[in-house]
Design a protein around this ligand. Structure first.
Ligand SMILES: NC(=[NH2+])NCCC[C@H](N)C(=O)O
Length: 412
């Protein structure tokens, strides 16, 4: 029997995936909140939903079971019972800035007056001040920016289910996210794993939980094989967190190698999967902008050291060779985003042209707007299923970011 989470590659046939259908959270903000919320524009919600439903349909048509974060979260709270729901709410309010006090009490009463699914949707979508018939009069609120329209900010990045948690083998990491805009997100996955009947008490390993100060995000965590991971050293994932998860994986799992890959620390390339993805047993997409002279980049191959807590690190810069060694391949095909043209590559990377989701070896889902990269992938023999992308792309994430694989078939 496989566990409810089982992922031993980036490319094995995708059996079960978790998505989040974009809802009011992606439009419940103003332009001056955008950069803090890690958005570059405000999507037009009805079209974003159509595009997302089309993405889910494509996955289903290809034999993938699609689960939704918002539904699993509400079911988990119902499975857990009244006390679990109260504790979840307390934690969510605390992490939203209200450990106690009048606003806390008013928000708690309001959210508990809703049924569980509506409560979850409301927390995800944000709570505006003018929704509640209440003007705070305590000192803390008086000292605050009274023009700020929200008691609880929306969580527009939730449709990037890839990031707050990552499936690895028969387990997952539940992530401490870098920016405040996303930190509350991983509480949903923690709740699902603990209380949802599909996941609770099923022997899942949590390789690293969210109670840390060092940060890691799923867009940086790539499962290259049943014993090798690649993890981006990026704007969102720190070296400390990589060493920490490597230690835990080496102790308790089949994983014996973690390749840390340093990428530029900026918003356009916030995660490794925005510049590098695995799409077949011996094929990868790579954004030429991350490679220096002669295709070099800083990588560290991490393997177990002498003592149980020790790690052995080897610094290398030839990405192709590093991957060939770790995966035992004679050759591999690194396919450049935008066919290496600097203008096209820059444009298509910005719209997640490197962010492909493999749904089987050599079969990928991509955004249709990245037509140069898509054409090139086809020329390299891949089956490319391109999906609508006008609105979804505005959140700076593509098909890989928008999906959290829960079960993939093992490669033979
Ligand atoms: N796995 C990914 N590349 N996710 C993209 C996340 C985009 C999101 N706006 C953020 O900045 O966090």
């Amino acid at each position: 029997m496989t566990t409810p989470i089982h992922v031993t590659s980036e490319i094995g046939k995708l059996k079960t995936v978790m998505l989040k259908r974009p809802d009011v959270e992606v439009e419940n903000f103003t332009p001056d909140m955008m950069s803090r919320l890690l958005f570059d524009d405000i999507p037009y919600l009805p079209i974003a939903q159509q595009e997302h439903d089309n993405f889910a349909k494509v996955l289903r048509e290809n034999g993938t079971e699609v689960l939704y974060l918002e539904k699993l979260s509400a079911e988990a709270l119902d499975d857990g019972g009244e006390e679990v729901k109260l504790n979840f709410l307390q934690q969510m309010l605390t992490e939203s800035g209200y450990m106690a006090g009048t606003i806390h009490d008013v928000l708690k009463e309001y959210l508990l007056s809703l049924d569980t699914q509506a409560m979850v949707n409301k927390i995800m979508g944000g709570v505006r001040k003018d929704e509640l018939d209440f003007t705070p009069s305590d000192l803390v609120s008086a000292a605050e920016d009274s023009d700020y329209p929200f008691f609880m900010d929306p969580m527009p990045n939730l449709y990037f289910t890839r990031d707050p948690a990552a499936s690895i083998g028969d387990g997952l990491s539940i992530n401490h996210m870098t920016f405040a805009a996303r930190q509350r997100e991983s509480l949903f996955m923690e709740t699902i794993i603990k209380y949802h009947h599909r996941f609770a008490n099923k022997g899942l390993n949590v390789w690293r939980d969210r109670n840390h100060t060092t940060r890691i995000e799923g867009g940086d965590e790539l499962v290259l094989s049943d014993h090798v991971m690649a993890i981006g050293v990026s704007q969102r994932t720190s070296a400390n967190a990589i060493e920490d998860i490597a230690r835990n994986l080496f102790k308790d799992s089949n994983f014996d190698t973690v390749i840390a890959i340093r990428i530029p620390h900026n918003h356009a390339m916030m995660h490794l999967d925005t510049v590098f993805t695995m799409i077949n047993t011996d094929q990868f997409t790579v954004h030429p902008g991350i490679l220096g002279e002669g295709g070099h980049i800083d990588t560290w191959t991490i393997t177990p050291g002498k003592g149980t807590e020790d790690l052995h690190l080897e610094h290398k810069t030839d990405l192709k060779q590093v991957l060939k060694d770790a995966l035992g391949l004679d050759d591999l095909d690194l396919i450049p985003t935008g066919n290496g043209d600097p203008i096209v590559a820059g444009r298509e990377q910005w719209n997640d042209g490197s962010n492909t989701l493999a749904i089987a070896p050599g079969v990928v889902v991509t955004y249709n707007r990245n037509y140069v990269s898509n054409e090139l992938l086809r020329k390299h023999g891949l089956k490319v299923i391109d999906i609508l992308s006008s609105e979804l792309s505005r959140g700076r994430g593509g098909p890989r970011c928008m999906s959290m694989p829960l079960v993939r078939e093992d490669l033979k």
